[in-house]
Design a protein around this ligand. Structure first.
Ligand code: SAH
Length: 359
């Protein structure tokens, strides 16, 4: 199915219609009209039906009277950090569920949007705010895509464009595999949003079958693995998923991925004071990582209202990084953004979901 039809199909479904074919038929909508609609929404980033002047006014009126919506989600609140670089959007889906996404305008030309793939998350990582509240539902491809589209329209007002998309918001992308891959197609489509695969990163908790499946997609999309600990004892304590896919199995899948795709893997490692940040743990991690096409991204922990963890202090982060450096493992330390609006990594949790205590 051509991507345009896919989009319309998803859109029609999100709006409660039976599907694109039935919808197009009911409105005697020609395929080229569907394509115009698609192009206006995804490439030209139209704000609403009214602004799509390429469509005859009667058609726009007919669509409007059918309650055809261009958006699958609507912004409820949009908050901006004090430094103005980070914007968090809380979006309501058609069924009332809410998800968050974050736009980061880095210095220079880079603008990254962090998007959600699910309302809630089923994996219950002990340090993650989304995980604490549990799973509500998968997002449709268009609901994932529309988070990016929303921020693309926002930054367009400043003559900027989205340069990177990361699936690091709420949810586990590989637990909603098909919709996430469809969303990637929507983001990538040169006739639409037009973002290169290499500018997209999917982050997973480490689902082995899906890593294998992803290896076979032949996509240039970046893969990030949330590792967070180098031994099964430590990792299982932080991430229950490790009991299902222990480290040896996970790393075997990673090795297969690199062998098949020749692409580097990014490992995320959130540093928790006194839990996974000592020298010995760093050395164990270095042994797992070195000699492969692996890059370790050290993430300063962002305190969440309900978690029992503290973040590692800066000197310890540097000492940990030095051990990896000396073992020849490439690392970066992530710069936290948007902490003042609870928009930093792992802090996303829609307001409809209960908080353990007020933040
Ligand atoms: N389910 C995906 C995406 C999760 S969010 C995954 O597990 O990879 C992206 C990253 O933020 C993950 O590595 C996650 O473990 C990390 N993270 C979660 N809570 C955090 C917090 N409070 N501070 C810093 N990073 C956090």
């Amino acid at each position: 199915m051509p991507i345009q039809e896919l989009w319309i199909d998803q859109k029609a479904r999100a709006a409660g219609y039976a599907g694109a074919a039935a919808f197009a038929e009911a409105h005697a909508l020609k395929p080229y009209r569907l394509r115009q609609l698609y192009r206006a929404a995804t490439k030209e980033l139209a704000e609403g039906l009214d602004s799509i002047t390429v469509l005859p006014i009667e058609l726009r009126a007919a669509l409007a009277s059918e309650d055809f919506r261009l958006e699958s989600l609507e912004p409820v609140t949009v908050q901006r950090s004090n430094d103005g670089q980070t914007t968090k959007g809380l979006f309501r889906l058609h069924d009332g569920n809410e998800v968050e996404a974050v736009c980061m305008e880095h210095f220079g030309d880079r603008t990254t949007v962090c998007i959600s793939s699910q309302a809630g998350c089923a994996f219950k990582c002990g340090f993650c705010s989304t995980g604490q509240a549990g799973f509500t539902r998968n997002l449709a491809a268009v609901e994932i895509f529309d988070q990016a589209r929303f921020f693309a329209r926002e930054v367009k007002k400043k003559n900027k464009r989205i340069t990177n998309i990361v699936f690091m918001g709420m949810g586990e992308p590989f637990h909603n595999y098909a919709a996430v891959l469809d969303a990637v197609r929507l983001l990538n489509d040169p006739h639409g949003f037009g973002l290169g695969h290499r500018h997209i990163t999917i982050s997973t908790v480490g689902l082995v079958p899906e890593i294998d499946r992803f290896s076979d997609e032949g996509l240039q999309v970046n893969l990030a693995i949330s590792l967070h600990a180098p031994t099964d004892r430590q990792r299982s304590a932080l991430m229950p998923v490790n009991r299902r896919y222990p480290i040896a199995e996970l790393l075997a899948a990673c090795a297969r991925y690199v062998q098949k795709t020749r692409r580097k893997i990014f490992f995320e490692y959130v540093l928790l004071a006194g839990v996974n940040d000592d020298d010995e743990t760093a050395r164990t991690l270095a042994r797992l990582m070195r000699g492969h096409l692996y890059h370790v991204n050290l993430i300063p922990y962002n305190a969440t209202p309900d978690a029992a963890f503290g973040g590692t202090a800066e000197p310890r982060i540097r000492a940990f990084q030095k051990i990896l450096d000396e073992a020849g493992v490439p690392t970066t330390v992530r710069v936290p953004m948007g902490r003042d609006i609870a928009a930093a990594c792992g802090q996303l949790r829609a307001e409809t979901q209960p908080r353990a205590k007020a933040s």
